[in-house]
Design a binder for this molecule. Structure first.
Ligand code: ZN
Length: 411
């Protein structure tokens, strides 16, 4: 993870939305004499960020939570004041698909402006069949209006909705017997996720959800170990692409991750926003040989940020990841967490031309200048954002970090 594959005075040749060659500017000019160029002198060129964990289908910010939590209130008091996840559920149920899609799309535009080119987007604030499917439709609608890549995840098992509080197993049956089959039938989800946590779903309930996912040919990922510990090995049979949060891990979990292709996705912006002193054990995971990814966890309750550069900064300062490790985690390892490593996450011939260009002379400046946007331009499948039409040669007289350093995966 510490090798980002730097090319000084590098260039990327793009044809038909794909990378056709990468090397030094002199080498590539010999290949292609008539390509249009983007001048990237004094810039850093990276693979676009892969934000592999977001919850963008919500309607309103949760400002009551924010203010009450600052004043020291606990979850119950926040809920009693009209905040908490119940307010997001009510808002999503009352919103139209168009309203939700437009919120998702504006988040995607923000993300692209910050260098993100691939996003995983979860449902999870509808929590009934109609509203969960409406949320997935909203994701699909937004994906159609965005030149980047969207991966869709059904998170009907986010929390038990208020009307099923007294009988959570009844809700799980609805998820397994109605919502998952409908999402699979309509091709609305790539993945099924579950929130395995105190106050959400037990390990056994989460396993039931993932069994139903596998039965309908959907891939799995899971929120686990955020507030309390659950053994990762209990979920081995589902071959989850990613296990996410991981604030509470044992040595056995870390050893298990080091031996398997499941990605350890860490979400330190949530720890930051909740004002926590503890962060996930990134150093232990990386040193043991686990593949770590970073994502924003963009959501209205615990991580209202679309900024991958900010997440990189928190990963460096609070989890002691090196800038190079953070970039690998936010690009090629994020692609692995979405099973997209053959197309995304690094600058290599044959991959999609998903590229972020930063106003910096050294890649370490990206996490260093925190809470400002140094992203100069983003290319999504060769399409320049902010819009300028398509381009075919991208030249940098400074630095290209290819992020080809994850040797655990072949493409
Ligand atoms: Zn999440």
């Amino acid at each position: 993870m510490a090798d980002v594959g730097i090319i000084q005075d590098g260039a990327v040749l793009i044809e038909n939305g794909k990378i056709s060659a990468i090397g030094t500017t002199d080498e590539l000019r010999k290949h292609s004499t008539n390509a249009a160029e983007i001048d990237c002198r004094d810039k850093v060129v990276l693979p676009g960020f892969v934000d592999s964990h977001t919850h963008p289908v919500f309607a309103n910010p949760r400002l009551i939570d924010f203010e009450k939590r600052i004043a020291g209130a606990h979850y119950e008091k926040i809920a009693a004041a009209g905040g908490g996840i119940r307010s997001s559920i009510r808002d999503v149920r009352e919103s139209s698909q168009e309203q939700l899609a437009s919120h998702v799309l504006s988040a995607l535009h923000e993300m692209a402006a910050l260098g993100t080119t691939t996003v995983e987007a979860k449902s999870g604030y509808g929590l009934d069949a109609v509203s969960e499917l409406k949320s997935l439709q909203a994701i699909r609608q937004a994906a159609g209006d965005w030149p980047g890549t969207l991966v869709s995840t059904l998170l009907a098992a986010h929390v038990v909705p208020p009307e099923h509080r007294d009988d959570p197993d009844k809700y799980i049956r609805i998820v397994c017997d109605a919502i998952i089959p409908a999402a699979a039938r309509e091709g609305l989800a790539d993945y099924v996720d579950a929130f395995c946590e105190r106050g959400a779903f037990t390990a056994e309930q989460s396993q039931n959800i993932l069994h139903a996912a596998v039965a309908h040919n959907l891939k799995t990922r899971i929120h686990i170990g955020q507030l309390t510990h659950t053994a990762l090995e209990d979920f081995a049979e589902f071959h989850p692409a990613s296990v996410d949060h991981l604030d509470h891990l044992t040595d056995a979990d870390i050893a298990w991750l080091a031996k398997h292709d499941t990605i350890a996705t860490l979400l330190p912006a949530a720890n930051y926003f909740l004002g926590l002193k503890e962060f996930p054990p990134a150093r232990k995971l990386i040193d043991a040989g686990a593949a770590v990814a970073l994502a924003t966890d963009y959501n209205p309750g615990t991580s209202p940020t679309t900024s991958m550069p900010f997440v990189l900064s928190v990963a460096c300062t609070h989890m002691k990841m090196s800038p190079a490790e953070a970039i690998t985690a936010a690009t090629v390892n994020g692609a692995c967490a979405l099973s997209l490593q053959s197309k995304k996450g690094s600058l290599e011939p044959g991959k999609d031309a998903d590229i972020a260009i930063f106003d910096a002379e050294d890649y370490r400046e990206i996490p260093y200048w925190f809470a400002v946007n140094r992203c100069y331009k983003t290319l999504l499948g060769g399409v320049v954002f902010p819009s300028e039409g398509t381009s075919s040669l991208l030249r940098s007289a400074a630095t290209i970090a290819r992020a080809a350093g994850n040797s655990r995966f072949a493409w």
